[in-house]
Design a protein around this ligand. Structure first.
Ligand code: RIB
Length: 307
């Protein structure tokens, strides 16, 4: 299965702060660094590192060549990335002392993707291929419809949540990749309990639900199957792109034909490793590291079971 990711490409400006800035305050950052990022780019790199055949379609401005080069070096096909007059999208990311982040995304070129660009990107894809989307690019609803017309599977990482997202043709989605907030919005439940969110998602959609719950781990839900995978216990350095890493490793597993349960466990290990490193795409682990961490996760689960 080939994966086409019509996804965002951002220049990440990352500020280490003791605490997130609040209304009316000015704070000093302790450190600053720039990284290649964007949910789309991070997910394409994770897919490629996990061994999937991935094609990235998207748009950068004249200032975004480093993003295309980063993807290419990671083994992603970049022939469907267009350069626009509009500057590349960027993200202002605060990372606090606990490694949590707070992100503002400016769409820039990511929001110039037209229906024509989507038709062009989809041209050589069809049944047996998968389209991956996040919610940072333009014409997402159109992309879902166009991919389905071609018989493709559709995976949607519903991030960031926007008001218009609920008007997308969400019944066309085959895989939802969501966190708690996204799950609440998509399912319409007020409950914050994991099981309630999953139940509400399963009532509303026929799709497979891949549900990450931060340091508590992740769930997979489809029909009568519901699996849970514990998170790795790692020092939290920076959570940026952990969800993207999880998403890429999970879908790569599915594309390679492993079971959803195995893919979940591999994605959990990958996400855990990403949390223990700084940066967005720079924190995405290689497959060898992930397989090692997954084995440790399995061993510690077995020890716990014996205790
Ligand atoms: O998920 C992390 C990503 O979100 C960052 O790389 C940033 O660019 C935003 O898209």
């Amino acid at each position: 299965m080939r994966i086409l990711n019509i996804g965002s490409l951002n220049l990440d400006k990352v500020y280490d702060v003791a605490e997130f800035v609040t209304a009316g305050k000015t704070i000093l950052a302790e450190n600053f660094a720039s990284y290649c990022g964007g949910k789309g780019l991070n997910q394409s790199i994770a897919l490629a590192k996990a061994g999937a055949r991935v094609f990235h379609a998207g748009a950068i401005g004249p200032d975004g060549m480093a993003l295309k080069e980063k993807l290419e070096k990671s083994g992603v096909d970049v022939s469907l990335i267009r350069t626009s007059e509009i500057p590349t999208g960027h993200a202002i990311i605060q990372v606090n002392a606990q490694g949590q982040n707070s992100i503002i995304v400016y769409g820039g070129a990511n929001r110039t993707i037209t229906q024509g660009d989507i038709d062009c990107a989809l041209e050589s894809f069809g049944s047996g291929d998968l389209l991956l989307l996040q919610n940072e690019t333009s014409n997402t609803a159109y992309a879902m419809q166009a991919a389905k017309k071609k018989g493709m599977l559709v995976a949607f990482n519903a991030s960031p949540v926007t008001p218009e997202m609920m008007d997308y043709p969400l019944s066309l989605v085959d895989y939802f990749l969501i966190n708690e907030t996204e799950g609440q919005v998509l399912s319409g439940t007020q409950s914050t309990a994991d099981e309630d969110i999953l139940d509400a998602m399963a009532r509303r959609y026929d799709a497979a639900i891949v549900f990450t719950v931060g340091s508590r781990g992740a769930y997979y839900q489809k029909g009568n199957d519901r699996f849970y995978c514990r998170a790795c216990e790692v020092p939290v350095v920076d959570t940026t792109a952990a969800g993207d890493t999880f998403c890429g490793y999970f879908l790569a597993g599915i594309a390679q034909g492993i079971s959803a349960q195995q893919a979940l466990s591999c994605a959990g290990a990958a996400g855990g490793l990403a949390v223990s490193k700084k940066g967005a795409s720079d924190s995405i682990p290689e497959k060898g590291e992930v397989l090692g961490a997954e084995q440790l996760l399995r061993q510690s689960a077995a020890v716990r079971e014996r205790e």
